[in-house]
Design a binder for this molecule. Structure first.
Ligand code: NAD
Length: 765
C-alpha cells in the first residue's frame, strides 16, 4: 500500500453549515485549520453555530483548539502556508470563481484546492486559472454532517494530476475516515443524482394523495434497509430549501436528460419553501414539534392539502408487519416490492424507476456500478445500493414491474446473458478488501463458531474472535468463544484480535441472564458468571500472545471491560465507551473497576500521602456512568491509554488491529507482570463517602444512587483497610464480586435492570 504525504494544515473558505463542520472534522484528524469567511465575526459565528450542534462536530476541546478563524481579505496571504484549501462558500458560480482567482494568486505551487460545491461543474469553476492551479484542483463533496456521513465524492477535472486525486483520496479515507468514491464531473455527481430521483418520485406520489406522510415513512425506513429517519424526517433534517436547491440545479443542468422532469420542484415543495417551512432548523417542515398543554412536546404531521399540522397517525400496513420476520434485507425488499398491496404499488412507482435510472446513469456518472452502490450506502445510509437491490429482486422482475420504455443498455446486457443479476452470484460484495473479517468470512476461514461468536483466521498468524449476538451482548456463548480463542491463539497463532464489523462492539453483558438468576435467588450462579467473566478478562491481559481489542460504536459495560484488559486497544474514532453498570444499579465487576483503579495507581511514587486525587476521577467515571463521545474523549476519561490507537475509517478497523497485533508480536511480546496496586484504605473511603453523602443531601442523587456510590467507594478504597497499603488484583476482583452480588439482591437494582431491558434507557430510582 502506498502512503501519501499527509495533509498537515488546511484552510476552509466559508464558515457556513458545511465549512465550519468540515473544519471541525479536519481538526479531529489533527489538522491545523484556518476557517475564513467575509469577516472574522461571520467566521466566529459560523464556528459557534457548528459547536452548538448536538452531537458536537469536534471530538474534543483539544481538537477545537486547532481551528483558528479569520477574514478572507485580511488573511488571504495565510493561504500560502497550507497544504489543502477547501472552498465552501455560497453556491454561486461567480462568487466561487472570484474567490478561486484570488487563491490562485497566493497559493503555494503544491497546495491542493478543492470545492465542496454540490452541483456546479468542477471544471467550469477553474476556467481561466493557471495551469498549476488546474493540476491541483478537484471537487471534494462532503455530506452533512461531515463528521458522521461517510461518503466523500472526489471529482477530478480533466487537468487534475492523478497523484493529487490519490493524495486527497488517501487522506480522506485514512485520516478523515471517509468512504471515498471517485465520481465523474456531472450534475450533482452520484449520490444526490440517484437519491434525489427517488425523493422526487416519492414527493409526486405524496401529492397524489393516496399515501400519508406516515405511511411513506413507514415504507421507506428500516423496512427497506434505510435509516429510521426514512424520507420526510431526513428531508426535514437536511432542509427543504437545500433539497429545493439541489433539485433545481439538476433540473437546470440536465438539458435533454429524459428524466429532467422528475427533478422539477413539485407545487408542495415550492409552497413549503415560500412559507419558509423548511424543516428542523425553523421547527417545522413535514413534521412539527409542538408543545403540549402539560409542558411536554409532541410531533405533529403536515397535512399537505390544507397546510395545517395534525396529530401523528401510525401507519397500518399489514405487509410491512409481515416483512418484519424476514431478516435478510434483500429478501425483505423483494417481498415488499413484488407485493400486490399498497406497499408494493408504492415501491414499484418510486423505487422501481430509480433502480432503472441508476442503471441508465451509472456509466455516465460513475466508474463502476460498485461505486454507485457505495455512494448510496455511504451517502444516504442505504443498506443496499440500487444494483444490489436489483440483484435481490431480480433484474427481469424489476423491468416487468416497472414497465415503460426500452431498458437501459446495462439492463439489456444482463437480460441477454440470461443472468438476471448485475453481479454474478457468489461474487464478494463491493470493497471487501477493506473489511478483513468480512472477506475472511467470505473465504470460509471460520475456525469455530457458536450462536454468539466465531473464531476467524485473519491469515499471517492472526486469529480473531468475532461477536455476532444481538447488539453483541456478552453471554455464555461469547465468553466461551473468548476462552477458546485465547487457547487457540496461544497454541497456533502469533496474536489475537477481538472485534467485529457491527455498528456496536458490544452493548454490554446480557442483563437478562443476571435478572433471571437474581429473581430466582441463584446467587451461586451469578457468582460463577462473574468469576468466569473476570477470569476471561485476566486471561486476555496475561495471554502469551498479544490481544488487541477493537471498540467501535457502543462499547459499554462488559464490552468496555474486555477492552480495558487488552494489550492494546485499536478503537474506531466513533467509539462510545463507558462503564455504565451504575445505570442498572450495579458496579463493573468483570475486572473493569479493578483495572481503572490499577491504571490510576500505575505510576504513583512510593509513599504518596494522598491517593484521593488519583481515585476521584475513577470514582466519577464509573459513578456517573460516563460514556465517551469519541475514542479521543475516551482517552480523557481514562478508558483508553496513550498507547492505544484510533482508526478513523471504521471499515479499516480490523485491518489496523491486525497490523498492530503483528507489530506487537514481532517486537517480542511478553505479557505484563501482575501489579501490586496501592489503595487508600479508610482515608479515601471516608472522603468518597462524604462526597456521596453531600450529593444525596443536596438532592442530586437518590437513596439507591447513594447506596451504589458507597459500594463503589468501598471498592476503590480497597475495602475497609485501616490505612494505605498495596493489594493484589485478585483481592480487588473479590471485592468487585462481593459488591456486585450484594447489589443484585437489591429490589431497586432489579427494577433498573428490568427498565433498561424494556426501554434501553437507564432508570433513576
Ligand atoms: P451556507 O450558506 O451555510 O454558508 C455559506 C458561507 O459562505 C456563509 O458563511 C457566507 O458568509 C459565505 N459567503 C457568502 N458570500 C461569500 C463571498 N462572496 N465570499 C466568501 N464567502 C462568502 O452554505 P453551506 O450550506 O455551508 O454550503 C456551502 C457549500 O457547500 C455550497 O457550495 C453548497 O452547495 C455545498 N454543500 C452544502 C451541503 C448542505 O447540506 N448544506 C452539502 C454539501 C455541499
Amino acid at each position: 500500500m502506498r502512503i501519501h504525504t499527509p495533509i498537515r494544515s488546511a484552510a476552509v473558505l466559508g464558515a457556513g453549515t458545511m465549512g465550519a463542520q468540515i473544519a471541525a472534522h479536519l481538526a479531529n484528524a489533527g489538522v491545523r485549520t484556518l476557517l475564513l469567511d467575509l469577516t472574522v465575526e461571520i467566521a466566529s459565528e459560523g464556528l459557534k453555530r457548528a459547536r452548538a450542534r448536538r452531537p458536537d462536530p469536534f471530538f474534543t476541546a483539544e481538537a477545537a483548539a486547532l481551528v483558528t478563524v479569520g477574514a478572507l481579505d485580511r488573511d488571504l496571504g495565510r493561504l500560502a502556508d497550507v497544504d489543502w484549501i477547501i472552498e465552501a462558500v455560497v453556491e454561486q458560480i461567480d462568487v466561487k470563481r472570484g474567490l478561486l482567482e484570488r487563491i490562485d494568486a497566493v497559493r503555494r505551487a503544491d497546495t491542493i484546492a478543492t470545492s465542496n460545491t454540490s452541483g456546479i461543474p468542477i471544471a467550469a469553476l477553474a476556467d481561466g486559472r493557471t495551469d498549476t492551479f488546474k493540476r491541483h484542483w478537484l471537487g471534494t463533496h462532503f455530506f452533512n454532517p461531515p463528521r458522521y456521513l461517510r461518503l466523500l465524492e472526489v471529482i477530478p477535472a480533466p487537468d487534475t494530476d492523478r497523484s493529487v486525486v490519490e493524495r486527497i483520496s488517501w487522506f480522506a479515507d485514512h485520516r478523515l475516515g471517509k468512504g471515498v468514491v471517485v465520481a465523474k464531473d456531472t450534475p450533482n455527481f452520484i449520490a444526490n443524482r440517484i437519491g434525489l430521483h427517488g425523493v422526487m418520485r416519492t414527493l409526486r406520489v405524496l401529492e397524489s394523495g393516496e399515501y400519508t406522510i406516515e405511511e411513506i415513512d413507514a415504507i421507506t425506513g428500516p423496512a427497506i434497509g434505510r435509516p429510521s429517519s426514512a424520507t420526510f424526517r431526513t428531508i426535514d433534517i437536511a432542509g427543504i430549501d437545500v433539497l429545493g436547491h439541489v433539485a433545481r440545479n439538476l433540473a437546470d443542468r440536465l438539458g435533454d436528460d429524459d428524466e429532467r422532469g422528475t427533478f422539477e420542484l413539485t407545487p408542495l415543495i415550492q409552497s413549503l419553501i415560500e412559507r419558509r417551512w423548511i424543516g428542523e432548523k425553523v421547527g417545522q417542515g413535514f413534521y412539527q414539534r409542538s408543545k403540549t398543554a402539560d409542558g411536554g412536546s409532541e410531533i405533529l404531521t403536515l397535512d399537505p392539502t390544507t397546510f395545517t399540522y395534525r396529530p401523528k397517525q401510525s401507519a397500518k400496513l399489514p405487509s410491512l408487519e409481515a416483512a418484519r420476520s424476514i431478516d435478510d434485507v434483500g429478501e425483505r425488499i423483494k417481498a415488499l416490492f413484488l407485493g400486490s398491496d399498497k406497499v408494493g404499488a408504492f415501491l414499484r412507482a418510486t423505487l422501481g424507476p430509480t433502480l432503472l435510472y441508476s442503471a441508465q446513469m451509472a456509466p455516465i456518472i460513475a466508474h463502476s456500478i460498485d461505486d454507485v452502490d457505495r455512494a448510496m450506502r455511504w451517502g444516504f445510509g442505504w443498506d443496499l445500493g440500487p444494483f444490489e437491490i436489483c440483484d435481490a429482486i431480480g433484474v427481469r422482475q424489476v423491468i416487468d414491474a416497472v414497465g415503460g420504455a426500452a431498458p437501459p443498455p446495462l439492463v439489456e446486457e444482463v437480460l441477454r446473458t440470461g443472468r438476471n443479476r448485475f453481479r454474478d452470484a457468489g461474487l464478494p460484495p463491493a470493497a471487501p478488501d477493506l473489511q478483513l473479517l468480512k472477506s475472511a468470512n467470505d473465504r470460509q476461514r471460520i475456525v469455530r463458531r457458536n450462536a454468539g461468536a466465531s473464531l476467524v483466521d485473519l491469515d499471517d498468524g492472526v486469529l480473531a474472535v468475532e461477536f455476532h449476538s444481538k447488539v453483541n451482548a456478552i453471554g455464555g456463548d461469547t465468553v466461551q468463544m473468548l476462552q477458546a480463542g485465547l487457547k487457540e491463539a496461544a497454541a497456533n497463532f502469533a496474536a489475537l484480535v477481538v472485534g467485529n464489523d457491527a455498528p456496536d462492539f458490544s452493548a454490554g453483558a446480557n442483563l437478562m441472564l443476571v435478572l433471571l438468576e437474581a429473581q430466582e435467588g441463584n446467587w451461586d450462579e451469578i457468582d460463577l458468571m462473574v468469576r468466569t467473566f473476570q477470569a476471561v478478562n485476566l486471561a486476555i491481559r496475561y495471554s502469551a500472545v498479544p490481544v488487541i481489542v477493537c471498540p467501535a460504536g457502543r462499547t459499554l459495560g462488559g464490552g468496555c471491560e474486555i477492552a480495558v484488559h487488552a494489550d492494546r486497544v485499536q478503537a474506531a474514532a466513533e467509539s462510545y465507551i463507558g462503564l455504565v453498570e451504575v445505570g442498572v444499579g450495579l458496579i463493573p465487576a468483570g475486572g473493569g473497576t479493578k483495572e481503572l483503579l490499577a491504571r490510576a495507581m500505575a505510576d504513583v511514587p512510593r509513599g504518596t500521602a494522598d491517593l484521593l486525587p488519583l481515585v476521584q476521577p475513577v470514582f466519577e467515571t464509573i459513578g456517573f456512568a460516563k460514556v465517551s463521545t469519541s475514542a479521543e474523549h475516551a482517552r480523557q476519561l481514562g478508558l483508553l491509554r496513550e498507547t492505544d490507537a484510533v482508526t478513523m475509517n471504521r471499515e479499516r478497523l480490523i485491518a489496523d488491529a491486525k497490523a498492530l497485533a503483528l507489530a506487537r508480536a514481532r517486537d517480542g511480546y511478553r505479557p505484563p507482570l501482575r501489579p501490586a496496586i496501592p489503595v487508600g484504605g479508610e482515608g479515601v473511603l471516608a472522603a468518597l463517602n462524604l462526597g456521596v453523602h453531600l450529593a444525596w443531601r443536596a438532592g442530586r442523587i437518590s437513596d439507591h444512587d447513594a447506596l451504589i456510590g458507597r459500594a463503589l467507594a468501598r471498592l476503590l478504597a480497597g475495602g475497609a483497610l485501616p490505612h494505605q497499603t498495596t493489594v493484589s488484583e485478585d483481592y480487588l476482583l473479590d471485592l468487585e464480586r462481593e459488591a456486585f452480588l450484594k447489589l443484585c439482591g437489591e429490589r431497586k437494582t432489579l427494577e433498573r435492570i428490568q427498565h433498561t431491558l424494556k426501554t434501553g434507557k437507564p432508570l433513576r430510582n
